[in-house]
Structure formats: structure tokens, C-alpha cells
Design a binder for this molecule. Sequence first.
Ligand code: AMP
Ligand code: MN
Ligand code: MN
Ligand code: MN
Length: 282
Amino acid sequence: MLDYDLHCHSNISDGTLTPAEVVDRAHSRGVKVLALTDHDDTDGLDEARSAASQYGMSFINGVEISVTWRKHTLHIVGLNVDPNFAPLQQGLLSVRSGRGARAQKMSDDLARAGINGVFQGAIKYANNPNMIGRTHFARYLVEAGYCKDVKSVFNRYLVIGKPGYVPHQWAELKDAISWIKGSGGIAVLAHPGRYMVGKHSMGKKTMFELLSEFVALGGQALEVVTGSHTAEQYAEFAHYARQFNLFASCGSDFHGPGESYRDMGRLPDLPMICRPVWQAFQ
Ligand code: AMP
Ligand code: MN
Ligand code: MN
Ligand code: MN
């Protein structure tokens, strides 16, 4: 079991716990080195860092940036970023700025499918209204009785081809990497096994092209162990990391008690062939 958890969310984005509560939970579950990686926002880092220092835990400043690459939405985690780096803050502001209008369109599309009032329902779940996203919609659709849990919402709604899906242009890959690197951070391609075309993974050829471009742009690590990967995918992406000379990262991608693929602090070790990303931290 690893005592590193380098990917998780607070209610600054789409988690359910405050940053201090996330740290508290990580500590009580044995995490020694924690990165908080909220989507497109770094506002939770100060609170989390001071909570971590009270427990004597190491804390890494993180963020998870939404990116559009070809027709795919990708998530790029930045580790060890400087949240005061102005181009990073300006970039994150620009990524967040489209979320309100997108959410309204998602709600309109659900209304066309006969499900009304979802924007008003979802915004109650968004502690940070600038960061309203699909998870908040999913929580409301569960509350309203359309699905039994958040995970099953994403089988019937909010994904391509289903009610509530709205295509969106996020950051450019090159920009997200340059904001992270410019701030002194390490760019990590998050949960590479989750990039699907319909029911299938993006395919070997596209993954090869993505990783080639990611490395050429300065990306340095691949998330090998994450809550949403299978054991086979740990091995698959450990090999990609080696092939592309990338460091390997690990994190639960925790969003809240009872809601995530995995709780914090309970991740298997990185495969032996991996070079852990923490070797790259100064
Ligand atoms: P957004 O940034 O608004 O597109 O929302 C993306 C978030 O939705 C992800 O970070 C996850 O928290 C959540 N999500 C997406 N797909 C799934 C899924 N299949 N199961 C559970 N949560 C998901
Ligand atoms: Mn999320
Ligand atoms: Mn993600
Ligand atoms: Mn995440």
C-alpha cells in the first residue's frame, strides 16, 4: 500500500469535503504525502496545506486542468505548481469561465428530454458556483430519483449521445502544460485508461500519438495507478510510461465518501518498472 495520494478533490471543485476535511481523511487513512488536485482551481491549497502541516504530512500543491485534444477531453494534473504564477491563474480563470454557460446548456438539453430544473438543482451542490460541472448535475439527478448513484448517471446522462451532453472547448494541451511547467510544476497525464471513444479505449495508435505530443510539449509523467484503472491497466500504462521515459504517478481521484472508485490511501504499489513521480520533486 502506498502512502502517497497525488490526486483528489475537495468542494472547491466537485468533491464533497472541504480541503481541510480531505486532509483529515487522508491522514486518518495513512496518507503521508498528499496532493490536492481540484479541477481548474487552486483555491483550496492554502487551507489544505495548513491542515496537512498540523498533522506533519507532506503536502504538494496540485491542480487538474481540463483540456480538449482532438475530440477528446483530457485531464492534465499539475504537481508542485506555484499557484501564484500569474499565467497559471489567468489560464485557470479562462478554463472556468465557460462552465456557467455550459451548465445552462446542459440543463436546457435535459429539459428537452423532459427533466426540468436541473441547473437550479445542481447549483445547490456547487460550493464554488464558478466550478459547476457534471458531478454536481449527477448528484442532483440522484437526489431527484433519476438514478441510484452518481456513477450510474454517467451511463444514461451527461455523456456523448445522451441527454445533458454538451460539447465544450477546454484548454489547449500545449497551454495547460506550459502553465504547469512555467509555474515550476510537473505535468501528469491523468487516468489515461479513461479516454474512451464510445465504449472502447482511444486505441493504441491514438494513445501513442497523444503520448508523443505530450512528451514533445514537456509533459513528464503518466498516472499509472488511479482509482479508475484496472490491474491490467496498471501494467499497460506502466509500460507506456517506460516506453516514453515518463515518471509514474498514483492517486485515488477521491471525490467524497461513498462516491469514488477508491477511497483515499488505499492504492496498490506502482509496478516495479516505474520511476515514481516523487523522484522528480525538488
Ligand atoms: P466536468 O469537468 O464538468 O466535465 O466533469 C467531469 C467530472 O465528472 C469528472 O472529474 C468526474 O468527477 C465526473 N465523472 C465523469 N465521468 C464519470 C463516471 N463515468 N463516473 C463517475 N464520475 C464521472
Ligand atoms: Mn471530478
Ligand atoms: Mn479527471
Ligand atoms: Mn480528478
